[in-house]
Design a protein around this ligand. Structure first.
Ligand code: HEC
Length: 150
């Protein structure tokens, strides 16, 4: 009986922990959509397909591959278009999470955890000086790993 109770409390405790974690990783999707339309869609197009003639890579069906590398996850938060929009850490993470969930399609990792505001702050502070070179290096690594990056 006591063992049962202990086990019950343990399982109940775990459920609370999991629920708290899921809650912490939720973000405001409506705000994300709003910020995307206002600050990003002019370059990235409403459906995330980009403008290949204008050097804007598609995020559609491809953004999720970046999440397979820690430096790729950070890179998504370091691009000039996002930094230039002047959003708070929370909204910067939110608009990126919204893009990922909206556009990643088949590139979406099964274990995707939304980017937190704390990560956004950390990654943005660590922005590399040469973001184009950084993208080239990450894209080369992803292509080597077999991901079709455009
Ligand atoms: C003035 C055009 C422009 C705007 C506005 C813009 N971007 Fe970008 N974005 C680019 C270009 C160009 C790249 C390619 C990498 C680079 O040069 O930074 C890019 C790359 C990205 C990438 C990585 C995709 C890849 O394959 O390299 C993400 C994620 C991204 N932008 C998010 C955003 C978000 C979020 C916003 C809005 C807050 C935004 N961008 C606004 C031009 C823009």
């Amino acid at each position: 009986m006591v063992m049962c109770l202990v086990r019950f409390l343990f399982v109940a405790g775990l459920s609370v922990l999991c629920a708290a974690q899921a809650w912490a990783q939720r973000y405001d999707a409506e705000q994300g959509r709003f910020d995307y339309v206002l600050h990003c869609s002019g370059c990235h197009a409403p459906d995330g397909s980009g403008v290949s003639s204008g050097g804007i890579p598609p995020v559609k069906d491809q953004i999720g591959y970046f999440l397979t590398l820690p430096e790729g996850r950070a890179f998504l938060m370091q691009v000039s278009g996002l930094l230039g929009a002047g959003l708070t850490d929370e909204r910067a993470a939110g608009v990126t999470n919204w893009m990922i969930e909206q556009f990643a399609g088949p590139s979406m990792p099964k274990d995707f955890l939304p980017i937190s505001a704390e990560e956004a702050r950390r990654y943005r502070l660590a922005k590399p000086a040469d973001i184009v070179g950084t993208r080239d290096a990450i894209a080369a690594r992803l292509i080597e790993a077999g991901y079709p990056i455009k």
